[in-house]
Design a protein around this ligand. Structure first.
Ligand code: TYD
Length: 135
């Protein structure tokens, strides 16, 4: 089973350029409660290094590119996000790391819950324990 689930977004293009519209439930597997974006990431920086107990997200590189590592506690897979028309689905209990950000990268994330620090698992050993407890 692959950890990498992507959603193709339909670009609505005409002679002026392109447009992507994202709607909760209709174009994503959930209702959107929160949107955040990461930009201006310095060279050599890696981010993430956490999992969520109960949060679903879809990540889109609106501009530029970055690399994701997803890890379900059993296997790890890498994926390069480099298109504004591709969403990467990140389910709960998936450890993620992001790196190789291009200088122009704008990484937008759509989430199904409000920000809640208590939903984070920031320690990898705690993550493995949680995964094993659930399987
Ligand atoms: P952090 O989780 O460290 O970012 P990443 O996992 O992408 O490396 O978040 C950085 C800071 O921003 C941290 O203080 C928490 C805060 N934050 C919010 O207030 N709201 C949010 O929706 C997110 C994602 C982070």
């Amino acid at each position: 089973m692959t950890l990498i689930k992507t959603i193709p977004f339909k670009p609505l293009g005409d002679e002026r350029g392109s447009l992507v519209a994202l709607e909760g439930v209709r174009s994503l597997p959930f209702d959107i409660r929160r949107v955040y974006y990461i930009f201006g990431t310095k060279e050599g920086v890696s981010r993430g290094f956490h999992a969520h107990i109960n949060l679903k997200q879809v990540a889109v590189c609106v501009t530029g590119s970055c690399r994701f590592l997803l890890d379900d506690g059993f296997s790890k897979e890498e994926f390069v996000l480099d298109s504004p028309t591709t969403g990467l689905v990140i389910e709960n209990l998936i450890w993620r790391e992001m790196y190789d950000f291009s200088p122009d990268c704008v990484l937008m994330v759509l989430a199904d819950q409000y920000y809640d620090e208590s939903d984070y698992i920031r320690n990898y050993e705690d993550f493995l324990e949680r995964v094993n407890a659930e399987n």
